[in-house]
Write a protein that binds this ligand. Structure first.
Ligand code: ADP
Length: 327
């Protein structure tokens, strides 16, 4: 294997630049020429491919997002454009491609791998939603969680000063992982996610009791999947009789300086991916489970539903247990 390339596809995450740095440095260490594909699958189709050197990755480890840009590509779903993409890889003499993306990107990668035969493809789970089956961790999650934590800590200051409820809407698409971990680690009073059925009447009884005991503000963390932030805010005003505001955190959750954890995870993901390519793997996704990194076939990752760990869900179910009865 002489030349390998890397691209970012779908949503950007913090830690992608650390992955690019490791990719370039480790490729050179293993005697290969690293290449960048700019702009995701769009750039692959349009031949935005160039060789990368050490200077391309100097100073980027501490920057969020991705230096080589990312995209969503409708064209890539058509075989004719994927043929063009494969032609471009062959013209550059590239025999391995690493793709940082989510399950959509891996579905595209699977098609490319099936249509190629000779080139190796490795996916690295990269999404703040942490919703990819087969891996306990996706690149970018820790930075997103820390960013959310900073926001909720700040909101708590104003909530307590004014004696208000704040309903904080957190990203995650259909998955409640980000909302659940954020609610647990920021001391929220309420956590609503699609994976845990909830009963507002139980919360009502508990919150009214807490109000009687002197609580003046509430923090509710709600997953975007439920699409009910405004409704929950009205519930606070009408049922708990506390002034309420909604804060949709939105895209601030995606960016920011990558945490130490994400930088280190990026290094391990990329190292395992490049080793797999060198070992002859033709198509796989690098997964992290219980401290180890292994490559799994795409079918075990991209076409399966992700389930939040049962221990974590158990903690999440405790939000509905009235707190005054616990002490
Ligand atoms: P993510 O990878 O974060 O899940 P998307 O679902 O938006 O993000 O997918 C990223 C890109 O992957 C899409 O814009 C498209 O180019 C490609 N892709 C997704 N699904 C498929 C598919 N079924 N076939 C071919 N390409 C796909």
């Amino acid at each position: 294997m002489k030349k390998i390339a890397i691209l970012c596809s779908g949503g950007d995450v913090s830690g992608m630049n650390a992955a690019l740095k490791r990719f370039v440095e480790y490729a050179f260490d293993r005697g290969m020429q690293p290449c960048f594909v700019e702009n995701g699958y769009e750039g692959l189709i349009d031949n935005q491919i160039h060789e990368a050197g050490y200077s391309d990755v100097a100073g980027i480890i501490s920057i969020g997002g991705t230096k080589i840009h990312t995209s969503r590509s409708e064209r890539f779903k058509e075989e004719a454009y994927r043929r063009k993409a494969l032609e471009n890889l062959r013209t550059h003499g590239i025999d391995g491609l690493v793709i940082l993306g989510g399950d959509g990107s891996f579905k595209g990668m699977q098609k490319l791998a099936d249509e190629s035969g000779d080139i190796g493809f490795i996916g690295i789970p990269s999404t703040i939603d942490n919703d990819i089956a087969g891996t306990q961790y996706c690149l970018g999650v820790d930075t997103a969680l820390n960013g959310i934590r900073v926001s909720i800590d700040a909101i708590r200051d104003t909530a307590s000063s004014f004696g208000r409820a704040f309903v904080i809407e957190v990203m995650g698409r259909e998955c409640g992982y980000l909302a659940l971990v954020s609610a647990l680690t920021s001391g929220a009073e309420m956590c609503l996610i699609p994976e845990i059925p909830y009963d507002l009447s139980v919360y009502k009884e508990d919150f009214l009791q807490q109000k009687k005991e002197g609580r003046s503000y509430f923090i509710a963390v709600v997953s975007e999947a439920l699409k009910n932030s405004e409704e929950i805010s009205r519930w606070f005003e009408e049922e708990i009789e506390v002034e309420s505001r909604v804060t949709v955190l939105g895209h601030v959750q995606r960016g920011g300086i990558p945490t130490v954890h994400d930088r280190l995870m990026a290094f391990h993901f990329v190292t395992t991916g490049i080793d797999a390519l060198l070992g002859g793997t033709k198509s796989a996704v690098v997964c992290y489970n219980n401290g180890t990194f292994v490559c799994k076939p795409i079918e075990k990752v991209a076409f399966k539903k992700y389930y939040i760990d049962e221990d974590l869900l158990k903690l999440g179910r405790e939000f509905e247990s009235p707190q005054h009865k616990q002490v």
